[in-house]
Design a protein around this ligand. Structure first.
Ligand SMILES: [Zn+2]
Length: 377
């Protein structure tokens, strides 16, 4: 038996076909008594009132582009809402805004769409086509990038995510490697840092120099591969979502043994794929019920095989000055083996929380609402 929520008989207020509950409006009042006019943080607290707010008078003024509401309360309170602000924040709109940009791809559809290279000098941290690419196909390709240009982009999207290697990492084949990336070996499709608790990261892979033979770099859209995997192997997909496993990394010089228990695939509240965390080189001894092991390894191998298929791969031999920027919890990357005796291969990696990028774009999109006269009243 399910319990239905109590029926809400409040009169909903209609603005251009969008419905607003009076309580929602009262709680969202942008006036200087409800919201601090400089920090824009909420200062009103209506939780002490015995009843939800009641609108006494509602006036829609399309000429002034605002909705005005007088509330039944003492002292008298009047709220002003810009109409475009209301429509942008009506039910479902903010959630839709977060999702609508994703364009899933495989090798064939990406070829048909075409990849774009962006002149690094024309790429700023405040928007532009390279950020549009990052939000749609999950990666952006930059050319003509210098170490100074990389620093400019990182500073513009700071705070940067620091690792043991610092603000950025030099990736070269070195003796005594603490990570397989620091060898000449091939790396299968993976996401970085499955063994660290981080939010989604924007990853920069910048080739300062690339003279070695081999070492082609490739990208895979994990969301597209998972869509196909879910369709073809729904049982395996569910197992990967519902079974957390350990990813780990030992850093002998920094004396850390990282270990994070997490599912390879994470879903959002509506059941859509939200993130993939898969670094096979960090998959170690898994804490799985023995009875479940057989089927889980079949599922895991099925996904690893699928992610390795050419039909999902966009590959390129990056030259010095070229950079791939991508969302690390969606786009997997890897490389073919290279021969370090044939020349220098110097990759620089750096990470910025994905949230910085989203928040910058949102800031520019909505800043007008924070500097309108009403908040200053
Ligand atoms: Zn107010």
């Amino acid at each position: 038996m399910t319990t239905l929520p109590a029926k809400d008989d409040a009169h909903l207020i209609d603005v251009s076909g969008r419905k607003f509950h009076p309580a929602w409006l009262r709680y969202s009042c942008p006036c200087a008594r409800c919201r601090h006019p400089e920090s824009f943080q909420k200062i009103s607290d209506l939780s002490t009132r015995p009843e939800l707010p009641v609108a006494a008078h509602v006036e829609l003024d399309t000429e002034a582009n605002e909705l005005r509401v007088d509330w039944s309360e003492q002292p008298a309170h009047r709220s002003h809402y810009p109409l475009d602000w209301l429509l942008l924040h009506s039910a479902g709109e903010q959630r839709a805004d977060d999702l609508d940009h994703t364009v899933r791809w495989d090798a064939r559809t990406l070829r048909a769409r075409g990849v774009r290279w962006h002149e690094a000098d024309a790429c700023g941290p405040d928007g532009g086509p390279w950020l549009d690419d990052l939000r749609s196909v999950g990666f952006a390709l930059l050319t003509g990038l210098t170490p100074h240009g990389l620093e400019r982009l990182l500073t513009g999207l700071a705070p940067v995510f620091h690792t043991e290697y610092g603000r950025q990492a030099d990736v070269k084949a070195v003796p005594g490697a603490e990570d397989l990336a620091e060898t000449e070996s091939a790396l299968p499709a993976h996401t970085d840092y499955p063994y660290k608790v981080t939010g989604p990261l924007t990853q920069f892979c910048y080739y300062a120099e690339n003279r070695a033979t081999g070492g082609e770099f490739f990208l895979v859209d994990g969301f597209k591969a998972l869509d196909d995997f879910r369709r073809d192997h729904p049982h395996w997909f569910d197992l990967l979502v519902s079974t957390p496993v350990e990813f780990e990394q030992v850093y002998t010089s920094w004396r850390y043994l990282y270990r994070v228990r997490r599912p390879v695939v994470t879903l959002d509240a509506r059941g859509a794929v939200k993130a993939i965390h898969l670094g096979h080189s960090h998959a170690w001894a898994w804490d799985i019920e023995p009875e479940l092991c057989g089927e889980f390894y079949r599922a895991y191998h099925g996904l690893v095989r699928q992610l390795g298929e050419d039909r999902y791969r966009w590959a390129h031999r990056f030259a010095g000055g070229e950079c791939a920027v991508f969302r690390n919890d969606r786009i997997l990357h890897g490389r073919n083996a290279f021969d370090p005796r044939t020349g220098v291969r110097h990759l620089i990696t750096a990470y910025v929380p994905w949230q910085q990028l989203e928040s910058r774009i949102r800031f520019h999109k909505e800043r007008r609402f924070y500097f309108s006269p009403h908040e200053r009243k």
